[in-house]
Design a protein around this ligand. Structure first.
Ligand code: DAH
Length: 346
């Protein structure tokens, strides 16, 4: 072959490669083309082997032509590679496109039970008044639940509570008053403590009775404590809890561990004393809320405190009832129902 023929052949091969490069649709295919045409067994190498048949100056000219062809092919290859790469990136972008303006899906998480919410609120109010918080035991002894509270075995007052007993003589606590003795015996005086906790009774369940309920017991012992300290403390607490100036009315009651026993009532904020039936106070205008009283001297003595030197008061309020009145809930059974229609309102 002479120079002219070789040059034509080169042009044909170059065109062929360039056409294939342009037509390639993916990078692997493009690479295959490159390997096929530029490798040792490719058509260009083939042409190169024919160089020795040319005259010396023709060799130089043809060598240059081959090199020019190679560099044209290389730039066509680079260009196509870039294009294919971009194409692939754009394709992926389209496929995995995220619309960040779509509103997110709301993940609903729960919240604290209304009784827990208000127990914490009550604890905060009492803590601000200088009370410490003591947890009750869930199961306690006859001594702590009754005897140390001036209710010996056989005392008729035991019938005031429908107490559960374990088969070996322990008590799932009937009331949070069960902690009174421990607090009075173990704390230095003066003592101010509240006992928020869960209590259990063998109740026939209805709108106002549950086998499981919550109380907040309070104990305050110091020198010269009088009934007015009791009234002032509870009025301050109840006014803070209900966020209004609560009015109190006090009537006598009976509990063996206080003397005298009292029932503290608050004015009904639902009917505000107006005419007509009110389901919260049942038309009485006053709501019995906190049984309380000055601590009985026997209770102080049993805890090793001299009743001639110290005096104090105690109360035991039903937390469920406090919450019911705050939110106008008419049936106690909602609290344990687990019904979201009820719970989501708080
Ligand atoms: N423990 C009583 C009950 O559950 C309530 C009570 C009344 C507690 C008078 C007191 C109190 O501390 O002084 O029925």
């Amino acid at each position: 072959m002479n120079l002219e023929e070789l040059t034509k052949e080169l042009a044909v091969i170059q065109d062929e490669i360039l056409t294939k490069i342009k037509a390639s649709e993916a990078i692997p295919q493009l690479n295959d083309i490159k390997v096929a045409y530029l490798s040792k067994k490719g058509p260009l190498k083939d042409l190169q082997t024919k160089l020795p048949t040319l005259k010396p100056e023709e060799k130089i000219t043809f060598g240059q032509k081959i090199n020019a062809a190679k560099s044209t092919i290389q730039s066509a290859y680079d260009k196509r590679q870039e294009e294919l790469h971009l194409q692939e990136v754009n394709l992926r972008k389209d496929k995995n496109w995220i619309d960040v303006t779509i509103p997110g899906k709301k993940i609903s998480i729960g919240h604290l039970h209304p009784i827990t919410q208000l127990r914490r609120e009550a604890e905060n109010i009492f803590m601000n008044m200088g009370f410490e918080i003591v947890e009750p035991r869930s199961i306690d002894t006859d001594y702590n639940v009754f005897e140390a509270l001036n209710i010996p075995v056989g005392h008729p007052a035991r019938d005031m509570w429908d107490t559960f007993w374990t088969t070996n003589g322990y008590i799932p606590i009937t009331h949070t008053s069960a902690m009174q003795h421990t607090i009075l015996k173990e704390h230095d005086l003066p003592v101010r403590a509240i006992v928020p906790g869960r209590c259990f009774r063998q109740e026939a369940t209805d709108a106002t009775h549950e086998h499981t309920f919550y109380q907040i017991e309070g104990v305050y012992v110091d020198k010269n404590i009088t009934l007015s300290d009791l009234i002032g403390t509870l009025k301050t607490f109840l006014s803070a809890f209900y966020d209004r100036d609560v009015q109190l009315r006090i009537q006598p009651s009976y509990f063996p561990f206080v003397e005298p026993g009292l029932e503290i009532m608050i004015d009904c904020a639902i009917c505000k004393g107006k005419e007509g039936y009110c389901s919260t106070c049942r038309g009485k205008r006053w709501i019995e809320l906190v049984p309380a009283g000055p601590i009985h001297p026997n209770v102080l003595t049993m805890a090793g405190i001299d009743p001639n030197e110290y005096s104090g008061f105690a109360w035991g309020m039903g937390l469920d009832r406090l919450v019911m009145i705050k939110y106008g809930i008419e049936d106690l059974r909602w609290f344990h129902s687990g019904d979201l229609r009820f719970l989501q309102q708080f």
